[in-house]
Design a protein around this ligand. Structure first.
Ligand code: R5P
Length: 301
C-alpha cells in the first residue's frame, strides 16, 4: 500500500500520478503565517504510518518556496512513520549550477539533492536533469528519466524524416536517446574557428542538413537564446522545417518572440513545471505515464 502527497506546484497532476501508481492521494493543508512563513500539514497522517510515500513536487516557478515545501513534506512524512519515501521532482531547480564555474561559487545543485536526502528521502526521481552527475551527491537510489523520445514522437507527425540536433555536445545524449528510439539520424552543433580569419562559426559536426527537417533537442528553454541561436545557424545551413523538443519550457521574458522570429515552427515541452503556456507555438506533452513506467522498471515502486 502506498500514498501520494503532492506539493502546491504540482497538485494539478497529483490525481493522475496517484491513479497511475494505484496509490491513495492524501491532501495537505497549507497556510502562510502573518510574518510570511509557510505552514504545511499532511491531512491524514494516520494513512502514512508503515506505508510507502511518494512525494511529488516540481521546482518551477517559486523555486525556493517549492524546495522548502518539499523538505517540509518529507520531514512530515518521516515523522508520521513512512516506511519508504520516494521523491519525484520533474524539474529540479538550480540544476545548472552543477559545478564551480567561478571561484567562490557554491554547487547549488549538489546542495539541493543532499538536503532532500538528509531530511529523509530514500529515493529521488527527476526528469531530464541538466547533468546526471549531480545525482551522485544524493548518495542513495536515484533515477533520471529522459523524455526526449516522447517529445520527438509528437514532432514526427509534422516532419519528414528529421535529423535530431543537440545545440551542444552536452545535450547530445538527449538527441541520441530520442533518435535511436525512432530510427533517426542525430548530430550536435560545434563551434569552428577559421584558421585564417579567426572567425567563429557553428555547424553540425557530421551531417549535411540542407533541405532536411530538424528537431532541436534541449533540456531547458529559459530565455530562448540557445534555441534561437541554434535555429538561425541551422537555417543558414539550409534546414527546411525546424521544430524544438525541450523538456522544461520556462520561457522567461520574450523567449517566445525570440524563438518564433528565429524561424521555429513548433515547440514540444513536457509537463514538468507548475505552469502551462497559452501560446499556439507550444504543445505540452504529458510524460507522467513514462515516469511511472520507468519507476516500475527500475524497482523504485
Ligand atoms: C544549457 O547548458 C542548457 O542546457 C540550456 O541550453 C540553457 O539553459 C537554455 O537557456 P536559454 O534558453 O536561456 O538559452
Amino acid at each position: 500500500m502506498g500514498v501520494v502527497i503532492a506539493g502546491k506546484n504540482y497538485e494539478t497532476f497529483a490525481e493522475k500520478y496517484a491513479s497511475l501508481l494505484g496509490y491513495e492521494l492524501v491532501d495537505i493543508q497549507t497556510k502562510i503565517f502573518p510574518d510570511g512563513e509557510y505552514y504545511v500539514r499532511i491531512k491524514k497522517p494516520e494513512s502514512i504510518s508503515g506505508n510507502k510515500v511518494v512525494i511529488i513536487n516540481t521546482m518551477y516557478p517559486r523555486q525556493n518556496d517549492s524546495l522548502l515545501e518539499t523538505l517540509m513534506l518529507i520531514d512530515a512524512a518521516r515523522r508520521s512513520g513512512a516506511k519508504d519515501i520516494v521523491v519525484i521532482i520533474p524539474y529540479l531547480a538550480y540544476a545548472r549550477q552543477d559545478k564551480v564555474f567561478l571561484e567562490g561559487e557554491p554547487v547549488t545543485a549538489s546542495i539541493v539533492v543532499k538536503i532532500i536526502r538528509t531530511i529523509g528521502a530514500n529515493a529521488l526521481v527527476v526528469v531530464d536533469i541538466h547533468s546526471v552527475k549531480t545525482l551522485e551527491d544524493f548518495n542513495g537510489k536515484t533515477l533520471n528519466i529522459l523524455v526526449s523520445d516522447k517529445l520527438v514522437e509528437k514532432a514526427l507527425s509534422i516532419l519528414n524524416d528529421p535529423i535530431v540536433i543537440a545545440p551542444d555536445k552536452g545535450a547530445l545524449h538527449r538527441a541520441r536517446y530520442a533518435a535511436e528510439r525512432h530510427g533517426l539520424e542525430y548530430d550536435y552543433l560545434i563551434k569552428k574557428r577559421d584558421r585564417i580569419t579567426g572567425e567563429i562559426s557553428m555547424m553540425p559536426k557530421e551531417l549535411r542538413i540542407d533541405g532536411r527537417d530538424i528537431v532541436i533537442i534541449d533540456d531547458i528553454i529559459s530565455t530562448g537564446g540557445t534555441i534561437a541561436n541554434a535555429t538561425r545557424i541551422l537555417r543558414s545551413h539550409g534546414a527546411r522545417k525546424i521544430v524544438v523538443a525541450a523538456t522544461h519550457g520556462l520561457f522567461i521574458g520574450n523567449a517566445f518572440e525570440k524563438i518564433r522570429s528565429a524561424g521555429v515552427e513548433k515547440i514540444y515541452v513536457a509537463n514538468t513545471l507548475g505552469i502551462t503556456h497559452k501560446e499556439p507555438l507550444i504543445e505540452t506533452v504529458d510524460v507522467s505515464e513514462k515516469v511511472v513506467t520507468e519507476m516500475r522498471n527500475n524497482n523504485i515502486i
